[in-house]
Design a protein around this ligand. Structure first.
Ligand SMILES: Cc1ncc(COP(=O)(O)O)c(C=O)c1O
Length: 384
């Protein structure tokens, strides 16, 4: 939540600006172009950037029992994990099932077609007010024989609801399923964001959500998980993801993790979010409903609400014209706002699920007054 080039940027869940050390490093122009697989000094420099980043990740998440592979971002990683799981089950000639939730990101929900093409069954489980019911999930999984993979989204990108990884571990223990955790919205946005549950199989992160470059992310793979990598080729990254590594971008993950470790302040971020949310409720409570308010846990940076009886396009346009960057339901390629699948999971009609706004704030700054003073004229005009 920061004024960037005179814009009030409230869209951190879509993407975050580069953190200062990444900006500085890019400006230095120290372009490490060597192929990390090359045996000469230039190659070795790139290789050392990758090794240092792996060490930073394993230290940050206390994750030495996990291998790390880098990729182009969470969409690729989720494709890799899901299809890698299907290939593995096919090799073992086992039947297989992939489970996800109605509030998961499209990169997970849209795996259905490929899972079915490969001969598996795809299941979308229901949530209740943003949360999952552990017994219901366990029962749904135990209804089927064969290999099972399930995705949990640790912090939801639209409503900011946080799921309990200890509960997720219980699902694994009670079903034997392989578990992937989507951690794309985690870094810097919840308390103890670097404490993962070491009993789960895969964790995926994406650099551009926490101040590293776009087009780079990483996945932790438990050394005990069996998995057939999707991307085959020269065997780079222990053959988990072939292709010449993007050492330059990978290094920005190292810098951005460091920055988040030393600069994110959840108590402060939570205070800012609460103040803004309370202000919204106090001033526009009759016209809006906060989505996710009844969930057991929510993160410190996301406010997601539906707007009653208003044309959302008008409100979004007015926010944009006032220099405020926020999100609505999913905007498709043509720019037309479609109903939010996440809002629909709360039982909202298509119309109500289209009329949603998400403010996602920075984990770093604390400019409540300036945010409210920018929001107030627009929201007062359109929501009063
Ligand atoms: C929860 C979640 N999962 C996955 C993704 C996909 O990430 P990427 O942009 O790295 O492909 C996103 C991006 O918005 C996300 O918010």
């Amino acid at each position: 939540m920061k004024l960037i080039n005179n814009y009030l940027y409230l869209d951190y869940n879509a993407t975050a600006p580069l953190v200062k050390p990444v900006q500085d490093w890019l400006c230095e122009g120290a372009v490490y172009f060597g192929n990390p697989a090359s045996i000469h000094q230039v190659g070795k420099k790139s290789k050392s950037l990758i090794n240092q980043t792996i060490k930073k990740i394993q230290d940050t998440f206390n994750a030495t029992k996990y291998d790390v592979f880098f990729h182009s971002g969470a969409t690729e990683a989720i494709n890799s994990v899901v299809k890698g799981f299907c290939f593995n089950a096919l090799k073992a000639k086992e039947s297989f099932h992939v489970f996800c939730f109605d509030v998961d990101h499209s990169s997970m929900v849209n795996q259905k077609e490929h899972v079915e093409l490969l001969g598996g069954t795809f299941h979308v489980l229901r949530t209740h007010e943003g949360d999952f019911d552990r017994q219901e999930v366990v029962d749904a999984l135990n209804e089927f024989k064969g290999e099972k993979l399930i995705n949990f989204t640790y912090v939801n990108n639209e409503n900011g609801v946080v799921w309990d990884l200890d509960e997720v571990l219980k699902v694994k223990e009670e079903t034997g399923a392989c578990v992937h955790v989507d951690c794309v919205q985690v870094v810097g946005k919840i308390k103890n964001w670097n404490q993962i549950n070491l009993g789960l199989d895969y964790y995926t992160f994406s650099g551009h959500k926490f101040g590293a470059l776009k087009g780079v992310g990483f996945t932790l793979v438990s050394k005990e998980a069996s998995w057939t990598p999707l991307i085959r080729g020269g065997g780079q990254q222990k053959a988990m993801r072939s292709g010449t590594e993007n050492a330059f971008s990978v290094h920005t993950i190292n810098l951005a993790l460091d920055y988040n470790l030393s600069h994110s302040n959840i108590e402060r971020a939570q205070g800012v979010k609460d103040e803004i949310e309370n202000w919204l409720i106090k001033n526009f409570g009759q016209k809006i409903t906060i989505i996710g308010a009844k969930a057991k846990m929510r993160n410190a940076t996301t406010i997601f609400f539906s707007v009653h009886d208003k044309n959302i396009n008008t409100v979004m346009m007015a926010l944009d014209m006032a220099g405020i960057c926020a999100s609505s339901g999913s905007a498709c390629a043509s720019g037309i706002i479609k109903p939010s699948r996440i809002a629909k999971a709360y039982g909202l009609s298509d119309q109500a699920a289209t009329n949603v706004i998400r403010f996602s704030l920075s984990p770093f700054s604390q400019e409540v007054e300036s945010i409210i003073s920018k929001l107030d004229p627009v929201l007062s005009k359109f929501l009063s």
